[in-house]
Write a protein that binds this ligand. Structure first.
Ligand SMILES: O=C(O)CCC(=O)C(=O)O
Length: 261
């Protein structure tokens, strides 16, 4: 384990890993969003969530990529599942904002042992609404949903957030990333992102990795086992390995490995 990576993550609540995956795979990830957008014109691309992705061979291929799993193994140990994937893909000019929040406020996990990988499929900059974090707030108490405010105005990816009066953003950090870079963040760190009013897409993929010993309290959730074994101490559910089908899935490099033998 890179001691610096862990130290930075523990001190600041986030860390950036440059070139975590190659440009070709980042490009395929962006293409996946455009492919999904054609199939689901009724769903905003900031909301391409886990249910749409959990049986998709490209998503299984991506989240199981050794380069990503090797990173999270340093935080989570040898038995790892990816419990929730979500594309937050902000289209040019009218991409939605994400209000200030702590991820753990929303999650049915016990204990809250989880590391997010935020994967940049395109450039993610201040201009197009990159992720913004408040370093050090990973040491704050996790707020409950009742302590947050609802903002159901249709302009936000999440319809709730921490009340602005509770936010001191004087030390905010913009996590500007290039395609293929990732950032990792702690489930307690306070973070947000601004709308995308630029001419460019901002495509990010959030991947929530857990040790298989973390109990998923919502029985309907299916995680993707990416390394090691399930834990006998819980009955977490796992998705089957999907089979590539040209009618229903986006073609991708290596799809042959996902076809029947
Ligand atoms: O992608 C974004 O803009 C926000 C991501 C986020 O809130 C998260 O990863 O929890």
């Amino acid at each position: 384990m890179s001691a610096t990576l862990r130290q930075e993550y523990d001190e600041r609540g986030y860390v950036i890993v440059r070139n975590a995956i190659d440009a070709g795979l980042a490009q395929e990830t962006a293409e996946h969003v455009h492919w999904l957008a054609k199939r689901h014109p009724d769903i905003r691309p900031e909301k391409f969530g886990h249910d749409m992705l959990v049986s998709d061979p490209f998503m299984h291929r991506l989240v199981s990529d050794d380069r990503l799993v090797d990173i999270v193994e340093q935080f989570l140990g040898p038995n790892i599942a990816m419990w929730a994937a979500h594309y937050i893909a902000k289209p040019p000019r009218h991409g939605q904002r994400v209000l200030w929040h702590q991820d753990g406020s929303y999650w049915p996990l016990e204990p809250m042992e989880v590391t997010t990988i935020w994967l940049a499929a395109t450039e993610s900059t201040r201009e197009n609404g990159c992720l913004r974090v408040l370093p050090g707030t990973q040491n704050n108490r996790l707020l409950s949903r009742r302590e947050m405010v609802d903002v159901p105005d249709g302009k936000n990816v999440l319809a709730s957030g921490i009340h602005p009066s509770q936010i001191d953003d004087s030390h905010v950090v913009d996590l500007e990333l290039a395609p293929g870079d990732v950032s990792l963040h702690n489930p307690r760190i306070i973070h947000c992102s601004e709308p995308n009013e630029s001419e460019k897409w901002r495509i990010g993929l959030t991947l929530r990795y857990i040790p298989t010993s973390t109990r998923v309290l919502r029985g309907s959730d299916r995680a993707i086992l990416v390394r090691g074994a399930p834990d006998s101490g819980n009955d977490n559910q796992y998705a089957d390995r999907p089979t590539f089908d040209a009618e229903t899935h986006m073609p991708f490099q290596g799809k042959e490995g996902w076809m029947p033998a």
